[in-house]
Write a protein that binds this ligand. Structure first.
Ligand code: NAI
Length: 506
């Protein structure tokens, strides 16, 4: 079987015309398909057509679409009187309620209406495409076509093969995606596919470090935005998606991967969900909201400069810290050992301040760690150990903030904040590649377009250095004993071989 998804008379059935269905209908219509809208709620399909017509009108007003193209697309939207109107469809996409039994029953009903060569796709985000298709007479024609919300702005779609999906289905959906102006990424039918799987590292690791008392929500968000370059902090993001949506997803992915420690959810979100602190939509989540504005507590002010003697560990990161300390007015000691009055600075990868101080045989009371991995030009993170004296903590804070750059002081943590969160993301991305869920290029494309991260996990690992990311994870594993930090074999082998993390298996 095959389908020419570029045929000019393509009839596209859209079942379920809620938030997602409307968006998909819009891009199918602008992509030149005749779109038949079906919804089980009376009047919903007509409302969806009116909504899409309004959106297309706005695009035309903004000059993003010619008035003729908008009018033609609106003319291609047809409201069905009932499911029977789908008989002529070449492709039907469903975006109805996320319930396996309801989806299976819809597909059985559809199969009695459409022709045997009609492609059927599901926009499911969390159900198995294989299990949705299992209810069908012809499961080979069923695939996943997973768009992101809001569809017209999120230009990527996951094309998912269930176990029984025939190759022509993925091929046709890929062509159809391109016809609609979308970037298709191919994924195997696995929990979370690519994007919702790759997104596990961010929130879960941030919650883990907050749970350990390393930093508070606001400081964690600040560091990840300013130092690592994320557009939104993990807690801002959790507030936006709302805990009644995101906590169940965290639990579901964890359980579907049979309690994979990398995805272990946090009691913090369970408790806050129970308390009704859902996020923006309830006015209070991790932040309190006034309208759409988060009332973030202001950063703690620094002591404002310091210029004494500093001894810096002679590692690669340490050299950069020493250069900065000199620039900021400190006297950097050059001896093998610190003098009795020196502030001791370490710049570890994956180690906590305690371990680094002891490994270098330094006085832990005078030792403070500085995160070297994301550069020292912008936001700087300094980390104490349990016995660092306040005087030396303030000295490091004052020195590193002497040029007015923001400094966040955190408690001891293997991998600071940014190292551990970014390493977790890279590790999960690598494991998606290892499991052959998607190609390395598609993983990076899906993550940058679907999650808006500053880089795809594999390219990001290359930029930071695969060996460094491996070192972060190995140290974290060693110090915590927690298997969530075990490096993916994809990462380990490529870092050991000194090749790009984007290197596919030969
Ligand atoms: P929604 O609740 O906004 O819309 C669902 C629509 O389906 C409603 O209009 C409802 O009347 C209709 N419907 C329900 N059962 C039906 C049936 N048996 N036959 C015909 N129509 C039926 O839901 P939303 O958010 O659009 O989600 C739809 C699907 O898309 C779900 O599978 C969801 O997991 C998936 N999805 C949702 C995303 C989101 O952010 N909202 C993102 C990606 C996928």
């Amino acid at each position: 079987m095959s389908l020419d998804a570029n045929r000019s008379d393509l009839v596209f059935g859209m079942v379920g015309t809620g938030a997602m269905g409307r968006g998909i209908a819009q891009i199918a219509a602008t992509g030149g398909c005749t779109v038949i809208l079906v919804d089980s709620r009376a009047g919903a399909a007509a409302e969806a057509r009116d909504h899409v017509a309004k959106m297309l009108g706005k695009l035309a007003e903004k000059g993003k679409l010619t008035p003729e193209a908008a009018a033609a697309a609106i003319g291609r939207l047809k409201v069905a009187a009932g499911m029977a109107d789908l008989a002529s469809a070449h492709v039907v996409v469903e975006a109805i309620v996320e319930d396996i039994a309801v989806k299976q029953s819809l597909l059985r009903e559809l199969e009695a209406i459409v022709s045997d060569d009609c492609l059927i796709a599901s926009n499911t985000s969390s159900l198995s495409v294989t299990s949705i298709a299992a209810a069908c007479r012809l499961p080979g024609r069923v695939g996943g076509f997973h768009f992101f919300n809001p569809v017209p702005l999120m230009k990527v779609v996951e094309v998912i093969d269930g176990i029984m999906t025939e190759p022509w289905v993925g091929e046709a959906l890929t062509v159809l995606a391109r016809r609609m102006g979308y970037v298709p990424v191919k994924a195997k039918d696995t929990p979370g596919f690519i994007v919702n799987h790759a997104g596990r590292g961010y929130g879960t690791e941030a919650l883990k470090l907050v749970g350990e008392g390393v930093a508070d929500f606001a400081d964690t968000d600040r560091v990840l935005k300013d130092a690592a370059g994320f557009r939104m902090g993990p807690f801002e993001l959790l507030d936006l998606t709302a805990l009644d949506v995101s906590h169940p997803v965290m639990e579901s992915i964890y359980d579907q991967y049979y309690q994979e420690p990398r995805f272990r959810p946090s009691p913090i979100t369970r408790q806050r969900l129970t308390a009704g602190l859902l996020g923006r939509k309830t006015g209070r989540g991790f932040y309190v909201y006034e309208g759409d504005r988060a009332m973030a507590p202001p950063p703690k002010p620094g002591p404002g400069g310091w210029a004494g003697s500093v001894w810096v560990v002679p590692s690669e990161g340490g050299l950069a810290v020493a250069a900065l300390a000199t620039k900021l007015g400190a006297t950097v000691e050059t001896g093998d050992r610190p003098s009795a009055q020196a502030l001791c600075l370490v710049a570890p990868l994956g180690e906590d301040c305690t371990t680094a101080a002891l490994r270098h045989d330094l006085d832990p009371r005078r030792t403070v760690a500085v995160d070297p991995l994301f550069g020292l030009d912008g936001h700087r993170t300094v980390m104490t150990n349990p016995v660092t004296e306040a005087k030396w903590r303030d000295a490091a804070h004052g020195l590193l903030g002497a040029d007015g750059k923001p400094v966040t002081v955190i408690h001891d943590s293997p991998g600071f904040i940014a190292q551990r969160v970014v390493a977790a993301i890279i590790n999960v991305g690598c494991d998606i590649a290892q499991q052959r869920i998607a190609t390395p290029d598609d993983i990076d494309r899906a993550v940058t377009l679907g999650l808006g991260y500053p880089a795809g996990p594999l390219a990001w690992g290359d930029k930071l250095g695969g060996g460094k990311v491996l070192a972060v994870l190995q140290a974290m594993l060693e110090i915590t004993g927690d298997p969530r930090y075990r490096p993916s074999l994809w990462l380990k082998r490529r870092a050991m071989l000194g090749v790009s993390l984007l290197t596919p298996e030969g």
